[in-house]
Design a protein around this ligand. Structure first.
Ligand SMILES: [Cu+2]
Length: 329
């Protein structure tokens, strides 16, 4: 008799637990968003969370689907945490699905088109979403308590994502920018090493980056100098001839610095290697913090001898960022 009663208690307890679980899962919604977008030739990269602002209930999850060949991360740092390099992560990378309540950092490793990642948000709060690869790629997740009404449904976010994607990818960037300038007094033909535009929504910032060498290919005569200029507000690029070095951030040892801060190399033969290091704009300023150093946005190469000199951006060659300099005698 006592055994039967115990069994009955166990069954009641189990039933209660089960119905609690069913209730919880019935209430918890699953939301969808996209990370990144690109043109068919991969040359235009939208560095954006689409959409970059979402309102959900505590207990809900969001699944981010990656949709670009350029790498991105989905990252939630602790409020007091310093921003780490993307290859370091939190440190380390979260397993999928992850849970973020503000107390512990959550990040994916760098992911590309076809991959996805889900984060559950058990606690109410307003949380910043960022991509560790792209500092200007941010968003906001508003997590409401269950008693509060959500302003939008999934259909709204799908439309918002599509609108933001089109705004970024179809907004014409002046690909001739920088070309109308008075010719350089050193008679150096110019190549734009990437061009971009920053944009923002109420949820955060985003940008469009053209990962191409514009005004390429270049034809010059022996003895002339070519100048590459990065016209992107944030994305770094490199100009790399010959062997790709292990360290992409810093220039190769042969590179010197001109009086105006531009880096400069001399390539005498088609078997020479040289690497610009990261060519990029200075980061944005923030009041109360030490100002950021000037960016290094220019790289020059002098070609004393004739030949055909192919080169790449070591960061974006897989997206098609390659060029060529032909030097005539
Ligand atoms: Cu690049």
């Amino acid at each position: 008799m006592k055994k039967i009663k115990n069994q009955a208690v166990t069954i009641v307890a189990l039933t209660t637990l089960l119905s609690a679980l069913v209730l919880a899962s019935a209430d918890a919604a699953q939301w969808n968003a996209t990370v990144g977008a690109q043109s068919n030739d991969k040359g235009d990269q939208a560095l954006a969370f689409l959409p970059n602002e979402i309102w959900i209930h505590a207990g809900d999850s969001i699944t981010w689907k990656f949709d670009a060949d350029d790498i991105h991360t989905v990252t939630f740092l602790r409020a007091d945490q310093k921003r780490p390099p993307f290859f370091v992560g939190c440190p380390g990378f979260s397993s999928n699905p992850a849970t973020f309540d503000g107390s512990t950092c959550v990040t994916t490793p760098p992911l590309v088109k076809g991959q996805s990642f889900t984060v559950n948000f058990p606690v109410a709060g307003n949380f910043k979403l960022t991509c560790l690869v792209h500092p200007n790629m941010t968003g906001t997740i508003h997590v409401f308590g269950l008693s509060q009404r959500l302003p939008h449904g999934q259909a709204f976010y799908d439309k918002r994502a599509e609108d933001e994607r089109k705004d970024l990818l179809l907004d014409p960037i002046d690909r001739n920018a920088g070309r109308d300038n008075e010719p350089n007094r050193n008679d150096a033909p110019g190549v734009a090493a990437g061009i971009g535009k920053a944009a923002a929504t109420a949820g955060g910032s985003e940008s469009i980056s053209v990962v191409r060498f514009l005004h390429d290919p270049v034809e010059i005569h022996a003895g002339q100098t070519v100048e590459w200029t990065n016209l992107d507000p944030a994305t770094p690029h490199t100009i790399t001839f010959g062997a790709e070095p292990m360290d992409l951030v810093d220039p190769s040892p042969d590179v010197t610095v001109d009086a105006d801060g531009a880096r400069h190399a001399v390539i005498s033969s088609t078997s020479d290697s040289t690497h610009s290091g990261f060519i990029r704009a200075a980061p944005q300023e923030r009041t109360g913090l030490r100002q950021s150093p000037l960016g290094v946005t220019r790289f020059r190469v002098t070609f004393p001898n004739a030949g055909t000199f192919p080169y790449i951006c070591a960061l974006h060659d897989d997206l098609g960022m390659k060029g060529q300099v032909t030097v005539h005698p």
